[in-house]
Design a protein around this ligand. Structure first.
Ligand code: PLP
Length: 363
């Protein structure tokens, strides 16, 4: 008997998460010196200088275990969000927290609702915990909140919402979220994933935090991986009722966020000028990239994030391959059922120019 037959069947059939191709991998494969990675929605400005300074100091303390309760980081997050420390939990990326919620609240026989084209981790989590994934058909590549509310049954335990959503960039308004929450029973946990919150510049944007007082079943997740420029360090946080945080803490490994990550996240949170500069760069460059793509005859989906998702037709996979040859890494999203699309992160001016030049060459 093969060892795979010994694995739990619901685990063996999971399709693993497909990350963006690392720069070093493409350099290794093709011997290219110049590689532009626009595949993982990272901050193209990299790390803030203040974070670098903090990291240098922290290196001296790496011989000791970190603070398992992440006191200073949770205190900084509580202050920044105007919430209390018992409402704050930090994770090894918000990815870890998204999974903790699943493991605590749902299992075999339970239903977990998320949108078609929503962040892949929701579906993967539902599978990991052996729950039944309920994927609700999208509307214009975004969340159809009416249909998601209608999909709630007595078996529903958990709903994941991403706003803006990745990989599509879609967005729903505060009014739409309020109307949705009114239809969700109090015993169903709603995860409101704000990974791209910082980039949203709309008057009708919902505030996840505003939901917390009214709905003790809401969990807001955020990350340091995108606008804060700490993707490599894997830090995210959630805000929720202290009873929820208490439950989630029971399954957390003792030192889930390492010392360097805690120190750098504190410094990153304190450097809001860096975040503002990153957001401003994204705004300016996103519109340039959209204009260039439009001139080439493509129609990117509307995006509130630091990336655009573009329909390239049946040639998408081949265009992706040719871009790689030219040293540009973007993200195919065929695993999302969007085989004709490529997702392109917004880079620096020079990186975006590399993309645009390469794309023109490919065409
Ligand atoms: C990138 C992303 C995350 C965050 O991932 P981390 O684990 O914090 O790096 C969460 N949700 C969405 C929708 C994302 O795109």
């Amino acid at each position: 008997m093969a060892i795979v037959d010994q694995a739990l069947p619901h685990i063996a059939k999971i399709s693993p998460y497909i990350p963006g191709k690392p720069v070093s991998e493409l350099q290794r494969e093709l011997g290219l010196s110049r590689v532009t990675k626009l595949a993982s929605n990272e901050n193209p400005l990299g790390v803030s200088a203040k974070v670098e300074q903090a990291a240098k100091l922290a290196l001296k303390t790496l011989g000791r275990y970190p603070d398992g309760n992440a006191f200073y980081l949770r205190a900084a997050i509580a202050e920044f969000t105007c919430r209390t420390m018992p409402e704050v939990m930090v994770g090894n990326g918000s990815n870890e927290l998204l999974e903790f919620v699943g493991r605590v609240f749902a299992g075999p026989g339970d239903e977990v609702i998320f949108s078609q084209y929503a962040f892949a981790v929701y579906a993967i989590t539902a599978q990991i915990i052996g729950a039944t994934p309920i994927q609700v058909t999208a509307k214009a590549y975004g969340h159809d909140l009416d249909a998601m509310a209608a999909a709630i049954t007595s078996k529903t335990k958990l709903i994941y919402l991403a706003n803006p959503n990745n990989p599509t960039g879609s967005f729903f308004s505060a009014d739409a979220l309020t109307a949705f929450m009114q239809k969700v029973p109090a015993n169903v946990v709603v995860v409101y994933d704000e990974a791209y919150l910082e980039y949203v510049e709309r008057d009708d944007a919902p505030s996840g935090l505003a939901l917390l007082d009214q709905y003790p079943n809401v969990i807001v997740t955020r990350t340091f991986s995108k606008a804060y420029g700490l993707a490599a360090l894997r830090v995210g946080y959630l805000l929720a009722h202290p009873d929820i945080v208490n439950l989630l803490n029971r399954i957390r490994a003792p030192f889930n966020v390492n010392e360097l990550s805690q120190v750098c996240a504190v410094a990153a949170l304190a450097d809001q000028d860096f975040v503002a500069a990153s957001v401003a760069l994204n705004k300016q460059e996103r519109s340039k990239v959209i204009t260039a793509l439009t001139h080439m005859g493509y129609t990117p989906l509307p995006s509130e994030g630091n990336f655009v998702c573009v329909n390239m037709g049946p040639e998408a996979a081949s265009i992706n391959q040719q871009l790689l040859q030219l040293g540009v890494i973007v993200r195919p999203v065929a695993n999302y059922g969007m085989a004709d699309f490529l997702r392109i992160s917004i880079g620096t001016e020079a990186e975006n120019q590399h993309l645009i030049t390469a794309l023109a060459q490919v065409k």
